[in-house]
Design a binder for this molecule. Sequence first.
Ligand code: 9YT
Length: 132
Amino acid sequence: MIVRNLNDARKGERLVNSNGWDSTRLLLAGDNMGFSFHITRIHAGTSHEFHYKHHFESVYCISGNGEIEDLATGEVHQIEPGVMYALNLNDKHRLTARDEMVMACCFNPPVTGTEVHREDGSYAPAELAETA
Ligand code: 9YT
């Protein structure tokens, strides 16, 4: 069994800081669960274009609110606590936070811990990523 505390994880390398958001990777590829599990904070007033071409991601909003735009269709969905979205089509999207949003995210295949967004908004495919 694996048991990890978010506040402890935020004190070490599991906390990845980026421009306008951070992500604490509570489960990574090295845990051999078949998915990774992260708690992400999207900072208030920021907007991000992401395109996980090589991963499926599901995201559950714990707190805060904002919106997600499907960049293929232009459809906009409001995100608030209790709402989940799943990028089952590797959907290219724009995520905008009105206030700080705290989200629980799962990635399949799991991220290894080293990923940052590439210029096209994706993370590298699992076979190119380092193993955590
Ligand atoms: C919700 C979202 O896509 N945030 C960007 C970071 C990503 N979820 C991650 O690496 O945790």
